[in-house]
Design a protein around this ligand. Structure first.
Ligand code: SF4
Length: 356
């Protein structure tokens, strides 16, 4: 497993919280107007130089909708010129024109990620709470395919779409997406507790993802469901096959968790372990990104699986998985507590219970 004490694998940067959609689960509780306190273009260029000090982590420009910032293309060009592999996650609104996508490609992005939470117009648009979003998503994917731009589909699993995930997987396959990134709910922002699944249902979705992964033409990764890695490791241990199309995201993600291989920069420059774990290690206007990531007590403790509480702290998968620190915090107020959406009972917990 890689050492993430000095540099993250992935930097997610929320350029703005402005967005013309109103998605039901939105982490950022996005709204149409930009925040006057957002980082300026000059500040943003400085942040890029700081990110480059880590080496060459993957950089994702997200939002809100990054296209709400007029300087997005300038920032992408600067990022690419510095040698950072750069992905953009625009929202499917009228701003996402074929021309904008072509310009993103010309600016040098490696991949465009779009969200797809429904399996047809009605289901997707009701989730996004804006009519026409499904059609714009499909247009964006088709245009990207026509110009040879790599794409990724992001899907948030909720009670509303869990029965239809195979249909979304089919859409991902037919669109030519390279990665299906499946987000599991953390009840923060606009997300509602009633939309989340039970721990047993997480396991059922893991089985579905695993089955899809065996034949899909795309890779699969999970966000805030670190225990999918435990699920796949258990399959491997039991002698069952795992996806064979090259080094998979599940291998590359091994050990990554909030603050461990992963850092999130907010639209106002707060340095968070994750966009779903809004505890700041400082503001980039006052503290360097490398210092916050490498030396802040917050990030340091998040990289110590032995500090975890509950069953995650004694679990034999804690280095590979470690549970969602964001979900632990959202549900208990303690970011080191166990992930409440995991069914697994660690061997040590069983031994302790038997010895009682
Ligand atoms: S108990 Fe915690 S560390 Fe173990 S698999 Fe579940 S979430 Fe991961």
């Amino acid at each position: 497993m890689r050492d993430f004490s000095q540099a993250p694998f992935l930097v997610i940067w929320e350029l703005t919280q402005a967005c013309d959609l109103a998605c039901r689960h939105c982490r950022a509780s996005a709204r149409p107007e930009r925040d006057p306190a957002e980082l300026s273009t000059a500040e943003a260029l400085g942040v890029l130089r700081q990110i480059r000090e880590f080496g060459e982590p993957l950089l994702v420009f997200t939002g809100g909708d990054p296209l709400k910032r007029a300087d997005l293309f300038e920032l992408v060009r600067a990022s690419v010129a510095m040698g950072l592999r750069t992905t953009v996650t625009p929202s499917a609104t009228p701003l996402l024109t074929p021309e904008a996508i072509s310009e993103l490609q010309a600016s040098g992005i490696s991949r465009m990620a779009v969200s797809l939470d429904g399996w047809d117009t009605q289901s997707h648009d009701s989730f996004r709470q804006v009519d026409g979003s499904y059609a714009l998503t499909m247009r964006a994917l088709a245009h990207a395919a026509s110009i040879g731009l790599e794409t990724q589909i992001n899907t948030t699993v909720t009670r509303h779409n869990r029965e239809h995930l195979l249909k979304i997987a089919d859409l991902a396959a037919s669109s030519g997406a390279k990665l299906w990134s499946v987000f599991f709910l953390v009840v923060t922002g606009r997300a509602l507790a009633g939309d989340d699944l039970t721990a047993e249902e997480y396991e059922q979705v893991f089985e579905l993802l695993y089955q899809v992964s065996l034949a899909a033409p795309f890779d699969i990764k999970t966000t805030e469901a670190q225990h999918y890695r435990r699920f796949v490791a258990q399959k491997k241990k039991a002698g069952q096959s795992v996806a064979t199309h090259g080094p998979t995201m599940i291998q590359r993600q091994a050990g990554i968790n909030d603050g461990k291989g992963f850092v999130f920069i907010s639209h106002t420059g707060e340095i968070f372990p994750s966009g779903f774990l809004e505890i700041s290690a400082g503001n980039i206007r006052r503290i360097s990104l490398t210092e916050a990531y490498r030396s802040s007590p917050l990030f340091q403790v998040l990289r110590q699986p032995d500090e975890l509480g509950g069953k995650c702290g004694v679990c034999e998968y804690r280095n590979l998985c470690g549970g969602s620190r964001s979900r632990a915090y959202a549900t208990s107020g303690d970011f080191l507590a166990e992930d409440p959406r995991c069914v697994y009972v660690p061997k040590e917990a069983t031994t302790l219970a038997a010895g009682r």
